[in-house]
Design a protein around this ligand. Sequence first.
Ligand SMILES: NC(=O)c1ccc[n+]([C@@H]2O[C@H](COP(=O)([O-])OP(=O)(O)OC[C@H]3O[C@@H](n4cnc5c(N)ncnc54)[C@H](OP(=O)(O)O)[C@@H]3O)[C@@H](O)[C@H]2O)c1
Length: 107
Amino acid sequence: MTSPVLVTGGTGRLGRSVVARLVEAGQEVRVLARRQRDTQPQATFFTGDLRRGDGIDPAVRAAGVIIHCATSTLPPPGHTEGVRTWDQFLAEELAEHRDPAARVKSA
Ligand SMILES: NC(=O)c1ccc[n+]([C@@H]2O[C@H](COP(=O)([O-])OP(=O)(O)OC[C@H]3O[C@@H](n4cnc5c(N)ncnc54)[C@H](OP(=O)(O)O)[C@@H]3O)[C@@H](O)[C@H]2O)c1
């Protein structure tokens, strides 16, 4: 591969490994994510948000190949409907599973 490779989510768990392997192989690498953190110094970082569409064009224009490693398990900023804290999740979802015998009796 000679064209620069863009790794979306190149700062994440999977993306970081992909970026490290590419750099090790002598590949020119671009990284796209919302925040710069622990990016390989040999890679060029682009700030962008795939959900909002900000900053994608310059990163894509600078690449010949794209490896998509970005993901988000969090809801978009400001979206709170249906979002629960871990404590709420435990209280609401798991409470009934703590006493399986009680569930069988009530069935
Ligand atoms: N980890 C594994 O062992 C593994 C194994 C096989 C498959 N996978 C799959 O690989 C994918 C990535 O998983 P991961 O564990 O690496 O996740 P992760 O550590 O949470 O990394 C997510 C990456 O995506 C970026 N990102 C999130 N939202 C973004 C947005 N809106 N725009 C641009 N970048 C965004 C994050 O940076 P910012 O938050 O700064 O934007 C980060 O770089 C998932 O689909 C997962 O199922 C993971």
